[in-house]
Design a protein around this ligand. Structure first.
Ligand SMILES: [Zn+2]
Length: 454
């Protein structure tokens, strides 16, 4: 179902201004359900100006909550269709993204082929931020033969895109096993993909956990995940060796409702899942329960530890206000005052960050941020407090860290990031895992199902 606002046609009709025999192009703002779209239709609209149209896209809170329920910093995703364009002449659109919850300058993206492909709008259309009205303004020229333009803050990643990836890439591959680890508050499946070479016994394999989309419109993460998976499944000799020595457990869409609804940071009930980790054992929030129970299953209990417990956990996000992708490295303060992490875990984090910086020039562009895990939020604190420092010494220390993409900067000075750049970063994550775990990339094992694969 489409919802549309059209401010001009009704008034023209009321005023009797329609010209008989003349087809007036009348652009309108449209939201499509389930396509990660969000603006406030009531406050949005299209108005004729001298050289084209003024398109107001008023940003809306997650779940269209009233102002004040969520912090304004949660209002950071917009995506809408502007339809009804004049295909004879093309259109000039003066776009105003109002009520914005971010001031960062980000070159928006558009699709001129109804969502098939996405690019940034021309660099000459860089938005100008007006802090007095919380508005980003930019002007675009839509070429002829384009009846509708899809516009978004950044590259969208819709449920249909994930489904296409799932059907086309994940499900057909013999080394991928899909597990439904739970269902969302609105009863959508939460999938985890177990990716390993099952012809090699689980035994000593290192488990690598990756989850993404806790914050559902932090879209660089989806492309990182696709890049990682594509590398793992890409039939390279090295990736095959990695999958003989590891078990990747990847949740590409941890918050499917939020993604479906076009939320930026919360689930269908307006809950910021990330903060549920301060008390994960008590949470009744479906998405967090699904992740936590699955982690518990892999880690086991001190009396009965998991066969291949998690060694690396990556919590994938994206952030405003930083120039390039970065990690949140935790301060090694744990013994002193109970914040941060142990020195041992800190050293593991530094080792991880260094390896990924070596593998990814993009990652290496930025500076890392610090976190002391005050109040023990985030999944990292659960991995640390419950497993790493458990007195039984049942578990090896877990390297659990948040990796953040950003929205503007690309891998080289002056460049602007594309989805491809984030896919490449995902591929670098695959390499960095092999570095971190000191995997032997030369030693391909004979497949138990018969013969060498390569
Ligand atoms: Zn986030």
């Amino acid at each position: 179902m489409n919802r549309a606002v059209n401010l001009l046609i009704p008034s023209l009709m009321v005023l009797g201004l329609g010209v008989p025999g003349m087809v007036l192009a009348q652009p309108e703002v449209i939201l499509r359900d389930g396509e990660q779209m969000r603006v406030d239709l009531v406050g949005s609209g299209v108005h004729q100006v001298a050289d084209g149209w003024r398109v107001v896209l008023r940003m809306s809170n997650d779940n269209d909550f009233p102002e004040g329920v969520l912090p304004s910093s949660f209002r950071r995703w917009w995506h809408a269709e502007v339809g009804g364009l004049n295909t004879e002449t093309g259109e000039r659109l003066h776009v105003e993204v109002t009520n914005a919850g971010y001031s960062t300058t980000i070159l928006p993206t558009w699709s001129l082929d109804n969502g098939e492909t996405w690019t940034r709008i021309p660099e000459s259309s860089m938005p100008v931020w007006d802090s007095s009205t919380s508005t980003h303004r930019f002007t675009i020229d839509v070429p002829p033969d384009v009846p509708q333009v899809l516009l978004a803050k950044w590259y969208p990643y819709t449920p249909a895109m994930f489904e296409a990836y799932r059907q086309g890439r994940l499900l057909p591959h013999p080394m991928v096993n899909e597990v439904e680890i739970g269902r969302s508050e609105q009863d959508r499946p939460i999938y985890q993909y177990i990716i390993t070479d099952a012809s090699v016994p689980t035994g000593n394999k290192a488990r690598v956990w990756v989850h993404n989309c806790v914050h559902p419109a932090e879209n660089p993460g989806y492309f990182m995940v696709e890049g990682l998976v594509d590398w793992l499944l890409g039939d390279s000799r090295e990736a095959r060796a990695v999958l003989q020595q590891t078990i990747f457990c990847i949740v590409p869409v941890a918050n499917p409702d939020g993604q479906y609804l076009g939320n930026y940071r919360t689930n269908a009930n307006g809950v910021n899942l990330e903060n549920q980790w301060t008390a994960p054992y008590n949470t009744q929030v479906a998405e967090v329960k699904a992740l936590r129970e699955r982690i518990e299953e892999f880690m086991g209990e001190p009396s009965n530890p998991g066969e291949s417990p998690i060694r690396i956990l990556l919590n994938v996000h994206a952030a405003h206000g930083s120039g390039a992708p970065f990690h949140f490295v935790h301060r090694p303060l744990y013994d002193a005052n109970g914040t941060g992490v142990t020195e041992e875990v800190y050293q593991l984090e530094v080792k991880w960050v260094d390896f990924l910086r070596e593998r990814s020039p993009f990652m290496n562009r930025g500076s890392d941020n610090w976190s002391v895990l005050a109040g023990r939020p985030f999944v990292e604190s659960m991995m640390h407090d419950r497993y790493t420092i458990h007195p039984s010494e049942t578990w090896d220390p877990v390297m659990a860290i948040t990796i953040e993409g950003t929205y503007q900067a690309g891998p080289t000075p002056g460049s602007i990031a594309t989805q491809h750049d984030y896919r490449e970063l995902g591929e670098a994550i695959g390499w960095a895992v092999s570095d971190f775990l000191e995997l032997d990339l030369e030693a391909l094992r004979t497949s138990l199902s018969g013969g060498m694969a390569y």
